[in-house]
Design a protein around this ligand. Structure first.
Ligand SMILES: CC(C)(COP(=O)(O)OP(=O)(O)OC[C@H]1O[C@@H](n2cnc3c(N)ncnc32)[C@H](O)[C@@H]1OP(=O)(O)O)[C@@H](O)C(=O)NCCC(=O)NCCS
Length: 147
């Protein structure tokens, strides 16, 4: 497994991985395309030995020293192998080198594995979950990390 920058030819594979990781709410292709166009240099992918993508992390470039982790995922069969942590550490190092001093992200309050990962990276919750952060029935917990 290697982590590398995304390329335009990866878009269809990226859409497949995103749908595997987030089966109930994958990004429409036009959203992924725009993420790639706007933030492509802040999108890292996991590639296996057969050149298939197995995960990705997407962040916003630092603006006023603040970045967001927009999305993070690893395909189900490869979880608990350290890939999510590797993706996050690599992206956080990149953001730090670009001047980010603070990172924000949102996570579903019952997503224990993601919250544990973020906590072990030093993220802390910003207050209580917002019960309608993404609309009715879509609560999110905001977490922040000071670099
Ligand atoms: C969250 C996610 C990216 C973690 O990726 P991963 O490759 O499985 O994570 P890692 O193997 O690097 O694990 C890192 C740490 O996260 C925590 N963790 C991850 N999965 C866990 C689980 N099922 N149970 C408990 N802790 C877990 C542990 O602290 C782990 O460290 P450890 O292995 O030293 O105990 C992955 O589960 C995923 O893609 N989930 C679906 C999409 C998602 O929820 N994305 C986050 C949206 S905010």
């Amino acid at each position: 497994m290697r982590i590398r920058a995304v390329g335009e030819k990866d878009l269809s594979e990226l859409a497949r991985v995103d749908a595997e990781v987030f089966p109930t709410a994958p990004y429409p292709l036009f959203v992924l395309r725009q993420h790639f166009d706007i933030f492509g240099d802040h999108l890292l992918v996991v590639e296996d030995d057969e050149s298939r993508l197995r995960g990705y992390v997407l962040a916003s470039p630092p603006y006023r020293a603040l970045s967001w982790i927009v999305s993070l995922g690893v395909t189900p069969e490869l979880r608990r192998n350290g890939l999510g942590r590797r993706l996050m550490v690599q992206m956080l190092n990149k953001l730090r080198s670009e001047g980010a001093q603070r990172i924000l992200l949102t996570v579903e309050p019952d997503n224990g594995s993601a919250i544990l990962l973020y906590r072990t990276l030093g993220f802390v919750a910003l207050g209580a979950p917002d019960p309608e952060y993404f609309g009715p029935g879509e609560p999110r917990l905001l977490m922040t990390l000071t670099l």
